[in-house]
Design a protein around this ligand. Sequence first.
Ligand code: CMC
Length: 410
Amino acid sequence: MASETLTIIDNRTGKQYEIPVKNGAIKATDLFQIKVTEDDGIVSYDPGFMNTASCQSKITYVDGDRGMLRYRGYPIEQIAEKSSYLETAYLILYGELPNKSQLEDWTHNITFHSIIHENIKKLIDGFHHDAHPMGILLSTVGALSTFYPEAKKIFDVKSPYRHSLGLPYSYPDNDLSYPGNFLNMLFKMTELKYKPHPVLERALDVLFILHADHEQNCSTNAMRGVGSSQVDPYSAVAAAAAALYGPLHGGANEAVLRMLMEIGSKNNVPEFIKKVKGGEGRLMGFGHRVYKNYDPRAKIIKDVADQVFEVTGRNPLLDIALDLERIALSDDYFIKRKLYPNVDFYSGLIYQSMGLPMDMFPVLFAIPRTSGWIAQWEEMLTDPDQKLARPKQVYLGAQKRDYVPMEKRS
Ligand code: CMC
């Protein structure tokens, strides 16, 4: 039988090393024994983690070449069709689908714990009326750690939208489903009881399912990295939300809408594509570090969009998006680089048609992703291999030199 090792010959010294291979990986620390002098052991240099596994995980599996996504082994297509967001969150957190009574308890517990401390409203009131909701979200989640100090014992284990419109906060309604209540907290006006439209309620549920987890992406890496200092989970979620906020990650859904509005009409699409190919900006909502095929979430979102537009009317920006997709998918620049639409390409169009302002879109990504962040955080805390995240660097700066007094500086 072939040996599960890697043989490395260091041509600088002629020495040979046997490095164990386990689960398709070598330990980066095993490289450190490869030295020319006593203190120069080899490190692996990998900015952006292009080929570095930072953990072992049993939560989410992505096969980027085949465009495949599974939560705890279940294909995303089946979950999006048959499950609800709360059931999906249970699966992601506990590893198995709940039985009937487990799901009832889980749903009851979440539904009956949705009121926040009144002082948090005052905190939100302190933000300027046009503060970005994502900035409000990550600051407020960070502040929650001070409201729930017991969260510091880690081993014991919606309001920004209305504030921006000057509307009174709407309290949760425990009779509604999780997505239905979310719509209630956004859109309830003076009616005694808010009734969510069933198609929009289901659409939001599916969008939440699709955003629940996505293995080791930028924000999850922030959650694990910050959480590895054993800080409380609210602070770690605030860090993860900050990472998600950027336009290359969860902020892309907002950036897509701004791009579509800037393009303005189908006639301007070829000119826009030309600019992108010339290096002037990116086609937002396209490309992915892992998917080198159509993002399976984008396929499902396209169907959801059709259902939502039947209720809300067709979003006029959809034609520009469809044209961009059609041209990009047949253009050599995008084909060569394997750039396909990702989850953010169509989600913003749906949120906009549902009446949500653009700057709320990343918040709608962050809320469902919190179940994934928490599951990944817990897995990290209970993994005996994990330690305080502390990468190395390849130092290329000046060697030791003596301080130069001001009068001798040129
Ligand atoms: N438009 C135009 N060119 C692109 C794009 C794009 N959206 N994405 C990548 N490229 C080009 C890039 O210029 C480079 O070309 P070259 O080889 O000639 O230099 C090549 O493709 C490889 O790009 P990269 O930046 O090395 O790839 P990456 O894996 O670091 O980037 C990405 C992944 C998602 C940051 C990038 O595709 C991107 O910026 N996309 C637009 C933003 C976006 O939609 N982000 C949401 C991602 S999905 C939601 C999530 O999970 O966060």
